[in-house]
Design a protein around this ligand. Structure first.
Ligand code: FES
Length: 162
């Protein structure tokens, strides 16, 4: 029998997301990553209350869950913007103009790596190789991949997003 924290303590949407995620994969420690990933998908990030709930249900230390949630770039422990930009900072992209593109990108969104814009529109992240080095410099915005980017293309790429 799985016991969830009463609603008075934790936001209802958090409880619902944790319940659905644990139900989907089972309350097993070895399913920790898929469960956290599912919560992340449902809520957009993994709030501290969700980590508490998962900790109880999987009987896993919260510190371990927090380490996992912080380690994987696909998971977020803070709210992210509506659009997440990931810019490849690995050497093959860097040497074909990535540095200039990165500087222009930071300037256009007025953010540094790891930051989210005050209006909640953008989160800017760096990432290691995305596996498409042949078309570097490369970045992704949400599920879209952009390759062979030049600094003068940044503005028009960003304009595709509301
Ligand atoms: S180094 Fe950038 S995609 Fe591989």
């Amino acid at each position: 029998m799985v016991q969830y924290t009463k609603q008075r303590d934790v936001d209802k949407s958090v409880i619902a997301a944790v319940k659905a995620s644990v139900d989907a994969f089972g309350a097993k420690r070895e399913e920790m990553i898929p469960i956290l990933n599912e919560i992340n998908k449902r809520l957009g990030y993994i709030p501290p209350d969700a980590l508490d709930e998962v900790s109880k249900l999987l009987k896993a230390p919260k510190s371990q869950l927090h380490s996992v949630a912080s380690f994987y770039r696909m998971l977020a422990t803070k709210p992210r913007g509506r659009h997440v930009i990931q810019f490849c900072e690995s050497a093959p992209c860097h040497v074909v103009g990535g540095k200039e593109v990165w500087e222009e990108l930071q300037s256009q969104v007025n953010l540094k790596s790891g930051e989210t814009s005050p209006d909640g529109k953008w989160t800017l992240l760096t990432t290691s190789c995305l596996g498409v080095c042949a078309v570097g410099p490369v970045m992704t915005i949400d599920d879209n991949i952009y390759g062979n980017i030049t600094p003068d293309q940044i503005q028009s790429i960003l304009a595709h997003y509301e």
